[in-house]
Design a protein. Structure first.
Length: 406
């Protein structure tokens, strides 16, 4: 008797095209980004985004996620894993509704989940891991069993662990997708995603996967969001259209202190998250700002400048020595919607052409959800999903775990 799992994989591999849902909730923890994409070919050869939506977290769930990301108990983690599974499943049905397709037409779900801890090999943990643990560790929740049970669709999840098991950072994982969708035969490109954390992928012209480098540059929207939420007493979640930053003045003194953070100087491969730039770090920022007697908008403006400066610094220090010239910067993520941040980037990068990924057929807000749909597809096809040149892994490997709905 042939196991059902093998039959499913065989049928998937034989199909010429697939509808795949990609799910992710980023470090901002404001909801589930869900994209449904049509994938053609094995590698794949072509990808079309059919629909995208964001399914918001209830505020109490968001607060629990943010709380457990820096301090929490195992019991809360246990029920939160299942609760997020339910919300991720609802996000699947929501994006299917937007796409106006039948659920039975969807072949696969790729779920990144919600990161609650990401401890790369270089991260100094508060506890004392045993000496035999020589790798980093990571934890994404949103039970794939719940998602599969509610939707009746196979789920691939836990993408980062395999890369870490082979000595990698477990991030970034989107670079392979950047290469598949954006690489150009004549132009040196940098794909930049500004989510809670900012990360970039360097795509030299005619590059092979082994030539690609990628890494986290530092905070993206994380500290900006934290500041706006704090100063608005929880009424606002982010700086819409850069309104707060546009009214403020950048403090050179605070910006200099922010840029002195060891992560900014650290050479790639490197990755970071809320563990390094979350609430505890924001408290330090507030303390410094109060000492400097800064206004609320000045703090937001300075944190926006920090995101722009750390990205520009990473390009000048770690990218230009490799490619000499960057022809295009292709920006996606929530930060691409902030005109003040984009203007600061333009000012700091001079002649580099800056584009939103929408100009290349990739919804700037949907990119990471699309990426995990593609990575799930590659796993189902038996193809590797990480780039050792980006993550530091010892080898390319097939990512994730498969959860069937039966």
């Amino acid at each position: 008797m042939i196991p059902k799992a093998w039959l499913w994989l065989k049928r998937y591999a034989e199909a010429k095209e697939h509808l795949v849902v990609g799910l992710i909730s980023g470090t901002s923890a404001d909801g589930v980004d869900a994209a449904i994409v049509k994938i053609f070919g094995k590698k794949p050869q072509r990808v079309e985004t059919v629909a995208f939506t964001t399914f918001p977290y209830p505020e109490d769930v968001r607060e629990t996620v943010l709380g457990i990301s820096h301090d929490g108990d195992v019991e809360t983690l246990c029920w939160l894993n299942f609760a997020l599974g339910e919300l991720f499943a609802k996000a699947v049905f929501e994006v299917i509704k937007v796409a106006q397709v039948q659920p039975k037409r969807v072949s696969l779900i790729g779920s990144h989940g919600q990161t609650v801890r990401h401890l790369p090999p270089s991260f100094k943990t508060q506890g004392q891991p045993p000496r035999f643990l020589t790798t980093g560790s990571t934890l994404q929740i949103a039970s794939p069993a719940v998602i599969a049970a509610r939707t009746g669709i196979p789920v691939i999840s836990d993408f980062r662990s395999k890369d870490m098991a082979f000595g990698g950072q477990g991030a970034p994982l989107v670079p392979l997708v950047d290469w598949l969708l954006l690489s150009h035969p004549r132009k040196n490109q940098v794909a930049l995603n500004i989510g809670g954390i900012a990360n970039l992928t360097v795509l030299p012209s005619k590059a092979e996967p082994k030539e690609i480098i990628a890494f986290d540059t530092g905070p993206g929207n994380m500290l900006i969001d934290a500041a706006v939420k704090f100063f608005s007493q929880g009424k606002l979640a982010f700086d819409k259209n850069g309104k707060w930053a546009s009214k403020g003045k950048v403090s050179d003194e605070l910006l200099g202190w922010l840029m002195s953070h060891p992560f900014i100087r650290q050479k790639p491969p490197k990755s970071t998250g809320r563990e390094m730039f979350g609430e505890k770090f924001f408290d330090q920022v507030l303390k410094r700002a109060r000492q400097l007697r800064m206004g609320d908008c000045d703090v937001v403006a300075t944190l926006t400048a920090f995101t722009a400066e750390s990205i520009a610094n990473a390009i000048k220090k770690f990218v230009l020595p490799k490619v000499r010239k960057v022809d295009e910067l292709i920006v996606s993520g929530g930060g691409s919607n902030n005109p003040v941040l984009m203007a600061m980037l333009k000012q700091k990068l001079g002649e580099v052409e800056i584009h939103r990924s929408d100009e290349f057929g990739i919804n700037a807000n949907a990119k990471e959800a699309v990426a995990f749909a593609i990575l799930a597809h590659r796993t189902a096809m038996g193809l590797t999903g990480n780039l050792p040149s980006a993550t530091g892994s010892k080898m390319p490997t097939i990512l994730g775990s498969i959860t069937l709905p039966y």
